[in-house]
Design a protein around this ligand. Structure first.
Ligand code: ZN
Ligand code: ZN
Ligand code: FE
Length: 759
């Protein structure tokens, strides 16, 4: 017996635009004998579906179970409606209903089907700009919404008849794939500066491989900016790249041919494998197993590793002799990654032996994203290509709020509806080029997401350029303490809006007393915080200079706890130190000359790293703590003493015992392990005290120091075992890249409650 026809209206929100969602719905409708229509508008995907109950259930189940890889269903609601008795299923044209939130897909690594098509489709044989609704460039080429080809940098490329047929054929995998292209009509690689166009990826790959295998350096235009490439097994090539790029010690990322090569050179957990292979294709920090060129990670025990994600990368490894190449972002020093061909030619002159671009413009710059796995969870360290501009959903009305972010590793965030749209990694705003990138990106995000600022929020640091930008927007501007924003960022990620214990271990942030903070124990919510405990502050002789010269910080700790007796200590640090310079530094401290006081956890790690001889001076940000972490002796359970006094964590006994260990030549890796265990013990002790005082069980960990895997994993596990509910960051960085989200959550909450900021 034929079942009665029912009709339902389905509304789907989430990341459902530009990811092939409508054709997917069409295919599912055909499969389940559903009639009606599907439409994209600024509120998400709307479906009118008619069929018998059985088919409708199956249709809904398929939508939930088989959605395209890069889509992310936020909510799916269906309500019964009157049937109209449609005779077929159709895809309606995009309509612009309102200014409500619209999602823009991030860029997606080339899919397996497209890679296969490159060997079979006559018009795409070896064609390196192949893509489909499941893969290809998105955010980096989009200029405006709705997501349609003419509003992307594909606009100059008129589709050929074949591509148009695929684009308009609803059952084709390239139906409405906006960047659809083939060798006859699409972009092509370009050897610069001759502008010779090469549309065959294998040709380009051969040219590049020939140079790389000879030990040369190549500049190659990627999805979100240029990369610099060289053989990762060739020490001399790597060294040359480092020197020319002004990156003497900074670890370099490596691209390997495939998962097998990755597991040859690196230790891989199952979760790390999933991260490596994910469509976002981030750089994953992995533990070294077999060494590549020793100049790559320079003494660290981890390397950033990424698998091929553009078609040309796959073609390159077919042509190369080496199975691993350095793939580092094409920029100079701390400037933003280069996206224009002209700039690439000028900047890489004398650095790269070959510059290879392509004739499609990159509109939105995006660095490679970086993740690590800790506690079996993926943790974002740099959130850019593949993740941006996917929103983070809050349980708060964020509409019209602009969050300016921090100063280093900056990102900013816009509030739309209940969402935070976080920008790509911008970088260090003290660099003029980077500040320009910040301002330009704000303009582009505001126009792309139809954002009109009603309220701004920024860091309370008086000199942050991001804060100045926010104050100049012409709307009310709330100033939020840096470490409170770190904790709020983690709270926002987990939808928390209540009183919690917040522990921020961080480098540097401006405190409400005008000193530098960074080892902070708060009781807080999204309206304000109480500073309950903090690390014992030390003077930083030379101010910012100490991050480049952590030995100054070590000296400052010794002087604080042992006075001039420090010179009598029979330890390598004192034996090797320049006496005259040290006395000068001590005079600076005594006279208070350029010696701001800091409770930063980052400085404590710096100091210990320098004291035990791991890092006297640094080549890059956070090198000293990274070396300290790399030195940890696995399984070592020892720890040092410390004191809690007057709301302060005092390290006199810690340093006393470290020095004792150094005098008796205890191996450095044991000292490092004991130091880390000490910090974990401090966190637990203070957490228990605060729990006793307040009854709070929810504990939130954030701040850049929690990028230390050992610290994060051990603390999270021990606190959880004790019955705490522990919240840590994974979808946004715990470093300053996550600050904007925290600022946004605080501002949204204050506005909703009609409260003032309470710090
Ligand atoms: Zn594809
Ligand atoms: Zn074509
Ligand atoms: Fe910070």
């Amino acid at each position: 017996m034929k079942q009665a026809i029912r009709a339902i209206h389905i509304h789907i929100t989430g990341l459902v635009q530009g990811v092939g969602f409508r054709p997917f719905v069409y295919r599912m409708a055909k499969k389940n004998s559903i009639c009606g229509w599907v439409e994209n508008n600024n509120e998400g995907v709307q479906i009118h579906a008619e069929g018998n109950s059985h088919h409708l259930d199956a249709f809904l189940a398929d939508i939930k179970a088989c959605a395209p890889p890069a889509s992310q269903i936020g909510s799916i609601n269906s309500i019964p409606v009157e049937p109209t008795y449609f005779e077929s299923f159709s895809i309606q044209k995009s309509s612009n209903l309102s200014d409500a939130i619209t999602h823009v897909s991030p860029d997606i690594a080339v899919c397996a089907e497209c890679l296969a098509d490159m060997e079979t489709q006559p018009h795409r044989l070896a064609y390196p700009f192949i893509n489909c609704t499941n893969c290809g460039p998105r955010f980096t080429i989009i200029k405006s919404l709705p997501y349609d080809r003419h509003l992307t940098t594909m606009q100059p490329f008129a589709m050929c008849e074949t591509c148009k047929e695929e684009y308009t054929h609803v059952l084709d995998r390239r139906f409405h794939a906006q960047p659809v292209a083939c060798m006859h009509c699409g972009p092509a690689y370009q050897i610069l500066p001759t502008n010779e166009l090469i549309s065959q990826g294998d040709e380009v790959a051969k040219r590049i491989a020939f140079e790389i295998d000879k030990g040369r350096i190549i500049a190659l235009k990627g999805l979100g900016g240029y990369h610099l490439l060289c053989d990762a097994l060739d020490n001399e090539a790597v060294l040359r790249l480092r020197l020319k790029k002004n990156r003497e010690g900074k670890p370099l990322a490596v691209m390997v041919a495939d998962m097998d090569v990755a597991s040859t050179y690196f230790h891989l957990s199952p979760v790390e494998k999933v991260c490596l292979a994910s469509w976002q294709r981030p750089i994953v920090l992995l533990k070294n197993k077999v060494s590549l060129a020793h100049t790559i990670s320079k003494g660290l025990n981890t390397t950033g590793v990424v698998l091929p994600y553009m078609p040309v990368h796959f073609q390159l490894f077919k042509a190369l002799k080496t199975k691993a190449i350095v793939l580092t972002s094409g920029n100079l020093s701390d400037e933003p990654v280069i996206i224009s061909d002209q700039e690439a030619l000028a900047s890489f002159d004398g650095l790269a032996d070959l510059v290879v671009g392509y004739n499609r413009e990159i509109y939105n710059r995006a660095d490679d994203s970086v993740v690590m796995v800790a506690g079996n969870k993926q943790r974002l360290i740099r959130r850019s290509r593949g993740y941006v501009p996917s929103p983070v959903t809050l349980k708060l009305d964020t509409e019209g709020i602009f969050a300016a972010g921090a100063e280093l590793s900056n990102t900013f965030a816009l509030g739309k509806g209940q969402q935070a749209i976080i920008s790509q990694h911008i970088g260090d705003l003290k660099n003029g080029e980077t500040l320009h990138f910040y301002e330009e990106s704000y303009g582009r995000f505001a126009s792309l997401f139809r954002f009109k600022p009603q309220l701004a929020v920024c860091d309370s640091h008086p000199d942050y350029l991001s804060a100045q930008f926010a104050r100049n927007l012409g709307v009310q501007c709330i100033e939020v303490q840096h470490h409170h924003a770190h904790i709020a960022s983690c709270m926002a990620e987990h939808g928390l809006n209540e009183k919690v214990i917040g522990i921020a271990l961080d480098g540097t942030g401006y405190g409400t007393d005008g000193t530098i903070w960074g080892g902070e124990f708060f009781v807080c919510d999204l309206s304000g915080f109480e500073r309950k405990y903090h690390f014992d502050p030390v003077p930083l002789p030379g101010g910012d200079q100490v991050t480049k010269q952590p030995w100054r910080t070590a000296l400052s700790y010794l002087y604080k706890y042992f006075g001039s007796d420090l010179f009598k200590m029979d330890i390598p640090f004192i034996r090797n130190i320049d006496k005259e310079q040290s006395e000068f530094i001590i005079q600076m401290i005594d006279k208070g000359i350029n010696s701001p006081v800091s409770s930063g956890a980052g400085r404590l790690f710096d100091g210990v790293s320098a004291l035990i001889g791991l890092c006297h001076e640094t080549d890059y940000h956070a090198e000293a703590p990274m070396r300290l972490e790399a030195a940890i002796k696995p399984g070592c359970k020892g720890k040092y003493l410390f004191d809690l006094h007057d709301g302060k964590v005092v390290f006199y006994k810690t340093f006393y015992q470290i020095i004792k260990d150094l005098k008796t030549q205890t191996p450095i890796n044991e000292v490092s392990a004991k130091f880390h265990n000490t910090v974990v013990t401090i966190l637990i002790k203070v957490a228990r005290l605060l729990n006793k005082e307040t009854g709070l069980k929810k504990i939130v960990l954030s701040g850049g120091t929690f990028q230390n895997r050992y610290l994060l994993e051990t603390t999270e596990k021990l606190l959880t075992d004790m019955g705490f509910e522990v919240y840590t960051q994974s979808t946004v960085p715990s470093n300053d890249g996550g600050i904007a989200l925290g600022q946004l959550a605080i501002a949204a909450n204050l506005r909703a409650m009609g409260k003032n900021y309470n710090a």
